[in-house]
Design a protein around this ligand. Structure first.
Ligand code: HEC
Length: 149
């Protein structure tokens, strides 16, 4: 009987751990966050990154950035080819050499508490918060990037 109770509580503890340690995914946490805080300037009416660069002044004048409103787009700015762009821009300064936050950090929330909470979600989603560019990033560092769908 004692063993049974022990087994039951072990299972309960295990499933609690699993729920707690559940991976952050694009569909569950990142997309809603992106839609609320980033899509206004990186939404469906904004250009692909190379097209943005060709007409940068025009888009900047409109206060608009490049398109990032899908899973594939966001991965482009995380893993490759624009490796680490998302991490550099969203960082609060902790991972930067100069200690300064990235210029998109401010958009993560209205208060410091909210910004930190949402940065935590992005960090958990990326997995390995490397601010290096391609090709400085190592294969091992690259391997730690998770970006679950
Ligand atoms: C008020 C408009 C605005 C909002 C809101 C905004 N951005 Fe941006 N973002 C821009 C503009 C404009 C640029 C291009 C200029 C620059 O590089 O700073 C940019 C550039 C970027 C880049 C750099 C891409 C590259 O490599 O050149 C990333 C990454 C990024 N934004 C991510 C985000 C994320 C994630 C959010 C939401 C937390 C967000 N941005 C919210 C306007 C915005």
């Amino acid at each position: 009987m004692g063993k049974l109770i022990l087994a039951a509580s072990l299972i309960a503890a295990l499933s609690a751990t699993l729920a707690w340690g559940e991976e952050v995914s694009y569909t569950r946490q990142i997309k809603p966050l992106f839609d609320a805080r980033c899509a206004g300037c990186h939404g469906k009416d904004t250009p692909e990154y190379p097209a943005f660069k060709q007409e940068k002044e025009k888009w900047l004048a409109k206060g608009q950035g490049m398109r990032m409103d899908s899973y594939s787009h966001l991965v482009y700015f995380t893993a490759w080819p624009d490796t680490g762009a998302l991490m550099r821009r969203l960082d609060d300064g902790e991972s930067a050499k100069d200690g300064k936050p990235g210029n998109m950090y401010q958009y993560l929330g209205a208060t410091e508490e909210e910004r930190q909470k949402n940065l935590g979600l992005f960090k958990a989603w990326v997995g390995n918060w490397v601010v290096k560019k391609w090709p400085e990033i190592t294969k091992e560092e690259m391997n730690g990037i998770r970006v679950k769908y």
